[in-house]
Ligand binder design. Structure first.
Ligand SMILES: [Zn+2]
Length: 316
């Protein structure tokens, strides 16, 4: 009796352990194959991937919304992050040309090199603005030869990119393809709906008020979406700091506007724009360089915040 009693306990225990082990073994391979590691260059792309990928992906952006994507540092930590990725999503149109190619190469990750299945160039899916006609030379400033690369401020472009991310994830992880495509379609539809509503809201502003003066040519898609005109930029040419003569021209232009508004991203210096705002006088609206993905801000929340701030500056 005693012997049987002592035998029964360990056998019961081992059965429980065996059961646990089986449950773990069942779980492990599922989790390992279900997590797609995605790395994006920009935080707005990461926000889109997070929504389309759902629980099946983990995503990290190489840059945050406060970093100028034209001139990021090619830090070794970026190489390490890329070395583990199954998929890299880049903006394209040479926005990241100053820092991404070397870190991509140094990652020695064959899955995500240009042309590989794990490389997605978001710009291939969007309608392009400001594509230069003829040859581009340095005298024109930092002009992107394939067209203006700053399309992520326009949720209509965001919708195209969301669909492309869904299709790409479906190829990389076919077991979850239906989920990726469904979430991409839902997100794209909500972005397009918002884009239409917001464009209509801006159209209710007086025509003379629908003008802004941007710092860089980075707001072309934003202004195209919202029906805003941009008579002059604070930069005389893309990437070129304004000299006093150009600042005087910008000031004169601002003084002709009934609702003068200067617009810039947070990562550009505010020294010139603050002086312009004071002298004109004009409202200075400083916007984020993209979604704050680290704080889990969604792409839609980010574009909504930006357009609301511009609307309020023009309407009030
Ligand atoms: Zn640019």
């Amino acid at each position: 009796m005693e012997v049987m009693g002592t035998n029964r306990l360990p056998s019961g225990l081992s059965q429980t352990l065996l059961g646990l082990l089986c449950a773990l073994l069942l779980l492990l391979p599922v989790q390992a194959s279900a997590t797609v590691e995605v790395v994006t260059t920009l935080p707005s792309l990461a926000a889109l991937v997070r929504e389309v990928g759902g629980a099946q992906v983990s995503v990290q952006s190489l840059l945050g919304p406060a970093t100028d994507p034209h001139f990021a540092d090619a830090k070794p930590s970026l190489v390490v992050t890329l070395s583990r990725a199954d998929l890299v999503v880049v903006n394209g149109l040479e926005l990241e040309v100053g820092w991404l190619p070397p870190v991509l190469r140094q990652s020695r990750n064959s899955r995500i090199q240009v042309g590989a299945a794990g490389y997605l160039d978001a710009s291939l899916t969007v309608r392009k603005l400001e594509v230069p006609r003829g040859a581009v030379d340095r005298a024109q400033g930092d002009v992107h030869p394939g067209g203006n690369p700053h399309f992520l401020y326009d949720p209509r472009a965001g919708a195209s990119v969301a669909r492309a991310i869904g299709e790409k994830l479906a190829v990389i992880d076919p077991t979850q393809a239906a989920g990726y495509r469904q979430r991409a379609a839902t997100l794209a539809a909500s972005l397009e709906r918002f884009a239409t509503e917001e464009r209509a809201r801006f159209a209710t502003l007086a025509a003379a008020h629908r003008t802004v003066v941007p710092f860089h040519r980075s707001l072309a898609y934003l202004c195209d979406w919202l029906g805003l005109s941009t008579p002059i930029d604070v930069e005389p040419r893309p990437g070129v700091s304004p000299d006093p003569a150009h600042v005087a021209k910008v000031l004169a232009q601002l003084r002709r506007l009934p609702k003068p508004v200067v617009l810039q991203e947070r990562y550009y210096p505010t020294s010139t724009t603050q002086v312009l705002a004071k002298l004109a006088p004009a409202k200075l609206v400083v916007i984020a360089g993209g979604a704050d993905d680290q704080k889990r801000q969604t792409y839609l929340e980010s574009v909504r915040e930006t357009s609301k701030r511009i609307y309020d500056a023009l309407a009030l």
